[in-house]
Design a protein. Structure first.
Length: 426
């Protein structure tokens, strides 16, 4: 009965796919459950310390430059069944340390704890997600990705809804820092899901007996070097950079408008959690009913280009009506489309590449390049605001960038199709 029910939303070919799909979906659920508990806490800090936001993002970028080669080294020493759960448990340890610092250190240390937590949580947000999707693209091949990734993403969205709901309810009832310990529980469950998936489900690129137990070839820097040697990977890097520009413009505008609208930290945290909850609900609608069908009908390229095209129009609208209500509307549409459409389509890009690219080049692009884009975009926003541009004027300057992002998405999708059919150079 379960297979028949899920089969209404995903094209499942056999029992092995069904088993892998369920485990992968549960893994995504618990990862995002943990992340969305922490997300609202992090975003509240951005409003409370908005004057230093560009400095925090600068710190995030440099921490990423250290974290990516460290993770690549780990992947070169251990199999995916070891280093994936190990990465998750490292983050659990960090959360316990943050909680202890908040509880036992003097109150005047809190601003710096908040800033360090903001940097750490920004690294955490990208790393656990990129590790998850790298693992998925290693287990599922290109055809399976087109059929199954949108449903797997449903688990992530449900986890986001669960985390946002818990935070929205508890943020004004309990000390915010107690949420850090709560986030450890789903993160540990996700570690067990990753281990079980590694042991029990081997398809996709891992078809050779014993291949899944092997360490990933190369060294700590090989993933970065591969990016600069591959036009395809460079195109993905450019896609991510343009996406971060769009995200940053919205994020900084949101931090400013929310800080002006709410004075209480608990109210701001709850407000952010409610936005996250709405985004997750809309994302699920995409993932359950639309994403797989859109990818099948339109292909990867047009699917990737849908959200960038909408954002070009959204920035024009925001430029004309720069209000908190208008920004929340654009932000919700952007994030729901990005998670519901763009994310599954972007992960399909990796299914045509080798294991080293998935575990080493992917973290470099999804983490360091992503945060590098945040860093540059954050300073661009600060510069535009410093010369006197209003929120509406900044939105209008971002519209052409979204148009360029749309064109690149179409070209990147065409290249992926060539690689999938063996016409391109891997």
């Amino acid at each position: 009965m379960l297979k028949a029910l899920i089969g209404k939303f995903a094209d499942i070919r056999d029992d092995t796919e069904m088993k892998g799909l369920l485990i992968a979906t549960a893994y995504g659920f618990f990862i995002m459950f943990s992340y969305y508990i922490l997300r609202a806490v992090r975003d509240e800090i951005s409003s409370a310390d908005r004057g230093n936001l560009q400095y925090l993002w600068t710190a995030v970028f440099f921490v990423m430059l250290l974290a990516v080669p460290a993770y690549s080294w780990l992947a070169s020493k251990f199999s995916r069944g070891v280093f994936v759960p190990l990465a998750n448990r490292f983050f659990i340890l960090c959360l316990v340390i943050f909680w202890a610092c908040i509880v036992y250190l003097p109150l005047d240390a809190r601003p710096w704890i908040d800033r360090i937590f903001y940097v750490w949580s920004s690294v955490f947000a990208l790393f656990v997600v990129t590790v998850f999707w790298g693992f998925m693209s290693d287990c599922f091949d290109n055809s399976q990705g087109k059929r199954l990734f949108s449903f797997i993403a449903v688990g992530s969205s449900l986890g986001g809804m669960a985390g946002s709901s818990v935070t929205a309810v508890l943020a004004e009832m309990v000390p915010v820092f107690s949420l850090l310990l709560l986030a450890c529980i789903p993160l540990e469950v996700a570690s067990w899901c990753a281990r079980f998936l590694h042991r029990s489900f081997r398809t996709g690129s891992v078809q050779i007996p014993g291949e899944a137990e092997k360490v990933i070839s190369g060294n700590a820097w090989s993933g970065m070097k591969a990016v600069f040697a591959s036009p395809y990977l460079l195109a993905i890097a450019a896609f991510i950079a343009l996406m971060t520009f769009v995200s940053t413009m919205l994020y900084f505008q949101q931090a400013s408008l929310v800080a002006d609208a709410f004075a209480n930290r608990g109210e701001r945290t709850a407000f952010y959690a409610r936005i996250d909850l709405l985004v997750s609900a809309l994302t699920i609608v995409f993932q359950v009913y639309l994403t797989a069908r859109i990818i099948k009908w339109l292909g990867v390229g047009l699917t990737l280009a849908a959200v960038p095209a909408l954002m070009a129009a959204g920035f024009v609208l925001l430029g004309l009506y720069p209000t908190l209500t208008g920004l929340v509307g654009v932000q919700v549409i952007y994030r729901a489309g990005r998670y519901g459409l763009t994310k599954p389509a972007r992960e399909i890009l990796w299914t045509v590449l080798g294991r080293e690219a998935k575990y080493k080049s992917k973290p470099f692009l999804d983490a360091a390049v992503y945060r590098g884009g945040d860093l540059l975009s954050g300073w661009i926003y600060t510069g535009l605001a410093a010369v006197g541009l209003s929120i509406g004027a900044i939105a209008l300057t971002a519209a052409p960038v979204a148009g360029l992002w749309t064109i690149l998405a179409l070209k990147l999708g065409a290249k992926q199709e060539k690689l999938a059919t063996g016409e391109g150079d891997n």
